[in-house]
Design a protein around this ligand. Sequence first.
Ligand SMILES: [Zn+2]
Length: 418
Amino acid sequence: MNSKSDEIQMKTNDHKKLGRELDLFTFSDTVGKGLPLWTPKGASIRRELERYIVDEEIKRGYSHVYTPDIAKLDLYKKSGHYPYYKDSMYSPIEIEDEEFMLRPMTCPHHFELYLDKPKSYRELPVRYAELAKLYRFEKSGELMGLQRVRSFCLADAHIICMKDQAKDEVSKVLDLIEDIAKTLGLIKDKDYSYRLSLGDRSDDKKYFKDDAAWDKAEEVLREVLISRESKFKEVDGEAAFYGPKIDIQMVNTNGKEDTAFTVQYDFVMPKRFSLKYINENNEEIEPVVVHRSSIGAIERIIAFLIEKYEGYFPTWLNPVQVKILPVSEKHNQYAMKVLYKLKEKNIRVEIDERNETLGAKIRNSQNEKVSYMVIIGEKEETSETINVRKRGQKESVDMNISDFIHDLKKEIEEKSIN
Ligand SMILES: [Zn+2]
């Protein structure tokens, strides 16, 4: 490919451009820069993705919770986030002599939830997960589509466990990340890669002084990666202030590498929040915390997926799974009957009832990148069948409605990537 066609390629799959063409999300200056508005179509992709993540996490022993988007400033002072994140947080809101913050992270909320009741070692690991709406102040010049926004939703979790459970927990997190990535069609070492981010021990501002604890934490993460035979690179100075992390790096369509998800080993927050569990001998012991995201920020992963699929979403994620095209208005009534049969089975279906030629309707559906076109004319109505054309295929097939629904439901359930 020469450089000119590379350039065209870059422009055609840009998520901002496709997002507009496919009507997935928008921004309004009156709402504010970097605050995305999801259209019904974009929202249906997001909802499918969120349902999948929540179900998958619950299956693997996570407890999904809800905590508020706003909290007292004192909470972030207690966690120690405030001095580090001050510049990327929104200014405090003052009400009744108290200061509140729009939350930039979920961690301290989950720790306060943990503290609600004393925990026995038998209850560990506690795995709190949340689709958490977070707010960070990004400079307006750095905002970019869904990739860099000021309000986003993080598929977040905090695993509170005994020290000797940490390695196993981190490994299970990587299993989850790899399984989700596979479902989405992301290939390890091509679409994403591991980075072990270590603390810069000469930087007192970014580095919590405790050499022994850092050594231990780095060793845990490194050993997990080695035992899984995962390729990774080590980078200094990219850790969180409370510990080292494994970053899952992705490259976007403009060739820029970004951290998509992280797994962090934290030995600082348990001290700050006095997190404890009671061991077999009735003693209070300090656990460790693994912060992790299974899929990162929903906005950022969707931006990535739009570009990866070039707008051709697999059926399970596609906002319009089926488009019904009556050949003429005469067949609208039968077409509506078919529509309701599909809707009843939770299939996302639309009908093109406009007084247009079939050719125009087909072209329009192709531009919308729908998964299936169902064409309905005289022959179909008389035989009570449908004519089905799958995206990307020239041939269409005659089918019974119930057979079509059966096959389609199977494809959606299996989350096939066409
Ligand atoms: Zn956290």
